[in-house]
Structure formats: C-alpha cells, structure tokens
Design a protein around this ligand. Structure first.
Ligand code: NAD
Ligand code: MG
Length: 364
C-alpha cells in the first residue's frame, strides 16, 4: 500500500490518499477517520452489488445507512442531490456523522456536495472505484451537481478526510472506462513529468494487464502531480489551468458529438493529440515529441481523431464549439499546449480561424 499525504493551505484540512489492494475489507483504514457513530454510505446501483457488502463488513459497530443512486451522468442532478439529503435527514444524521462515497466521479461529486452542504458540512470519505475518479476527481476537493444549463455549475469545495483507493475495484471496471481514466494520467505526465511519461511508455502492457504494483505506482504518481498543481494554485499562480491540457479540444468534441457519444477521457485523448499537433504547427513543439505523445495515447487503445463524417461534424463546428469554453477571456481562445514532454504553456489570444484551419487538415 502507498500513502500520499496531501498538504493544503489550511493544515486542519490535510488528508491522506491510501492506494493499494484489499483496502476495502480492512476496518483499520476507516476507523481513524470516522467521527461519531453514524455512517452514511452513498453509492449507485451498479457499484453497490459489487462492493457494498465488503465495505459494510468493515464498518461493523457503526450505525450505517445506505443510499443508492441511479447510475449515469444524467442523474448527477438537483433531484438526486435532494434525494440524498432527504435520506440523510430521514436517517437522523447529526453533524458529527460521516458520509462515505463509494463509486466513480458521479457518485463522488454528488455525495461530496451533499456532505459539503448537509448542516453546513459534515465529514466525508471517498472510495473512488473508477480509474478516472482515483486519479482525478478524488484530488482537489471539488464537488458538484449538474444544472440544465451546464455541467458542474453548482458545487462547493469540500476536502475529504481520507481517500481510500482499493485497486481491486478496477477488476470489474469496463475496459473502456479504464482506458478513459488513462487519458487523464497521460495528460498529467505530459504537462508535468517527463520521467513519468517515460515510465508510462515502458509500462503500457503491464498497465493494460492490470499489474497490481504498476497500477498502484501509476495512481500514486498521477494523484501526486494533480495535488502538487492544485496546491501551487492555492498560492494563486494560475497553474491549475494546466490541467486543462487537451480539454478545450476535448470539451468541444463532447459538445459537438453530443454528450455520451465518447467518454470524457476518450474526448480528452483526442484533444491531447490535437493540442500536440497544433503546438507543433504553431508554437514549435518538436515534432518528435508530438509523435511520442500520439503513439503513447494510441498504445493504450485510446482514439487520437474522430470520424467527422460519421458524426456529421467538421472543423467549423468544432472550432465554434471551442469558443464556448469557460476558460476563454475574450472572442479568442485560450489553449494549454505542450512545450515539450513534461512542460506546458498557456496561450491566450489564439485565433479561432487558425484553429479551424488546423482542424481542416487534422480531422479524419
Ligand atoms: P462514473 O462515475 O459515471 O463511472 C463510470 C461508470 O462505471 C458508471 O456506470 C459506474 O456505475 C461504473 N462503475 C464505477 N465503478 C465501477 C467498478 N469498480 N466496477 C464496475 N463499474 C463501475 O464516471 P467517472 O468517469 O468515474 O466520473 C465522471 C464524473 O466525474 C463526471 O461527472 C465529472 O464531472 C466528474 N469529475 C469530477 C472531478 C472533480 O475534480 N471533482 C474531476 C474529474 C471528473
Ligand atoms: Mg477531465
């Protein structure tokens, strides 16, 4: 097992991420961070049949209630959020109760938001069960629900008291979801850590065959990178934006194709490949770096392009969708682009027309 210590600006919010095998079945990982007697578990109807029993067995002796959400991003809604709060009130949870989120990013974000707001905030533990939630949403303290006007528009920062990442949960995760999580890991390596990028290149087949030691190392390093960047940004350096590498292209792809067509990680994979090629064309990224980036993405079985005909989209539609990105400051685009492997730069005032011209040549 590896333990990653997260140090936040307010020391009282420091917490640990435990990463290893069979953690869910060991009560010693839970008891130090559970307050009071009341525990409220939020999961969903896909994950609960797989892992709830094991978790509950580790929580013997506590007064445990459970609430199960329907599965799916469409249920990351106000209605579900209210159902969680209703169930918390029905269970008579007091302020010293502990909420445990068991599931992927959807469960984690929504349960986290319920924990952030129930009686102005109660203790919260995360058990992320998708690779994406293990390396991404469990670090940084963001919780949210979607609004009809957009994703994650309503939320709060609420740090968990501990994250318990049991890699056994990845054995049941659909392969496509596993690979989608890898896209965010590749992103972290490109933007911050060339050594980790090289490590990924060396370990593709072990990662794809779920070598346990390799998975633990990979998850730990990714979380550490995100944690470092997030903590730098507590000092308001603006580097948190680096985490958007591949996301301006990626979000535009998700929006243009219709949400759900590609998984977020798949759209990000294409977005990273596009960002790398664009950086070669416009900002002098050495083309051998882009070749390596694209090759690594492909070696994980992730996409690097989209079939524009199949989806009835073109460069104009995609470039237009990019202008809607929240991170833009004016009519031009703000893009995070690789400068070399292990380093990114933020480019403001990128002309939409330039990106469109690039996409004409890039799209399949
Ligand atoms: P998800 O939670 O929808 O999980 C994907 C699918 O896998 C679901 O069907 C789920 O039921 C299933 N599943 C989960 N664990 C499983 C397991 N161990 N075995 C079998 N099936 C399992 O999706 P996700 O990719 O984990 O998370 C996406 C969400 O995370 C989005 O809503 C996004 O906004 C959010 N997110 C938040 C942050 C943050 O900083 N808070 C960061 C990134 C993403
Ligand atoms: Mg993302």
């Amino acid at each position: 097992m590896k333990t990653l210590d997260l140090h936040l600006q307010s020391k009282s919010l420091d917490y640990q991420i435990l990463i290893g095998k069979d953690l869910l079945s060991q009560n010693k990982h839970f008891t130090p961070v559970i307050q009071g007697q009341q525990v409220f578990i939020v999961s969903n109807k896909t994950v609960a049949p797989l892992y709830l029993e094991t978790l509950q067995a580790s929580l013997k002796g506590y007064e445990c209630s459970v609430f199960l959400l329907e599965d799916g991003e469409q249920h990351k809604s106000f209605a579900s959020y209210q159902h969680i709060l209703d169930a918390m009130l029905d269970a008579g949870l007091r302020r010293n109760a502990t909420l445990i989120a068991l599931g992927g990013g959807v469960v984690g974000d929504m349960a986290g938001f319920a924990a952030a707001t129930y009686q102005r905030g109660i203790r919260f533990l995360q058990i992320p069960t998708t690779l994406l939630s293990q390396v991404d949403s469990s670090v940084g303290g963001k919780t949210a629900v979607n609004h009809p006007k957009g994703k994650n528009l309503i939320g709060a920062f609420h740090q968990p008291s501990r994250v318990i990442t049991d890699i056994n949960t990845l054995t049941t995760l659909p392969d496509r979801e596993f690979k989608a999580g890898i896209a965010e890991i590749v992103k972290a390596a490109i933007l911050y850590d060339v050594t980790f990028f090289e490590w990924l290149e060396t370990n593709v087949s072990k990662i794809l065959s779920h070598d346990e030691e390799i998975l633990v190392t990979m998850i730990e390093r990714s979380c550490a990178i995100k944690a470092e960047i997030v903590s730098l940004d507590e000092k308001e350096t603006g580097v948190r934006a680096w985490l958007n590498l591949g996301h301006t292209f990626g979000h535009a792809i998700e929006r243009s194709l219709g949400y759900g067509e590609l998984l977020h990680g798949e759209a990000v994979a294409v977005g990273i490949a596009m960002a790398a090629e664009y950086a070669v064309k416009m900002f002098g990224l050495p083309s051998e770096d882009s070749v390596r980036i694209v090759r690594l993405i492909e070696s994980f079985g992730l996409p690097i392009n989209i079939q524009s005909e199949q989806y009835h989209i073109n460069a104009t539609i995609l470039a237009e969708a990019m202008t809607l990105d929240k991170k833009n400051v004016d009519a031009d685009l703000t893009l995070v682009l690789p400068k070399s492997i292990g380093e990114v730069t933020i480019k403001h005032s990128v002309k939409v027309q330039d990106v469109e011209r690039f996409l004409v040549g890039y799209l399949d």
